[in-house]
Design a protein around this ligand. Sequence first.
Ligand code: ADP
Length: 195
Amino acid sequence: MTRLLIAGPPGSGKGTQAHRLSEKLGIPEISTGDMFRSHLSDQTPLGNQAKKYLDAGDLVPDHITTAMVRERLQQDDTGNGFLLDGYPRTLSQMENLDGILESSGKTLDAVLEVTADDDEIVRRLLLRSRAEGRSDDTESVIRHRLQLYREETQPVIARYGRRGILVSVDGTADVDHVTASALKGIETVKARTAT
Ligand code: ADP
């Protein structure tokens, strides 16, 4: 049983690590970015509401995002843990998540931060935009998403750090190495907080 969050700037390799960790730990991956993109391609009402924010690299308003996460965390497959990717991104989302977990008597085991420097991030995302054609992977939108990450999300990570459950790994290392360091760090934090 592991309840895990994964955070990291766009392009840090967070998505790749999220796939691998959810498989290795046998827990569902809940990516708010993927959920929004699937609503968008299905043209659901939620997708239509979220579209302009995604295209601009802006955060989708909290009431939409938090409702979507709350509902997802109530589904049965999260009974054995989960890996939440891309949420919370702001201090107010962090407070909302605390409330959601508290009301179901759950706590987080660990928060994994995947780090990467800005130049590497921009380089990787421009490559990805050519391969995948994500509409938010243009240079100016990338820089905006990075700035939001620094301003809004880093304070969230710092606060989890003060709670003693943060694990940071270097996302520019070899992919297997990043996964191995992450798993080791998660075990260490779990062992420490269990005592
Ligand atoms: P990134 O590669 O920028 O980390 P994601 O796939 O996690 O991308 O998210 C893509 C977009 O989805 C974000 O730019 C934002 O518009 C929206 N989004 C995802 N998670 C959240 C969230 N927690 N709060 C608000 N908007 C979000």
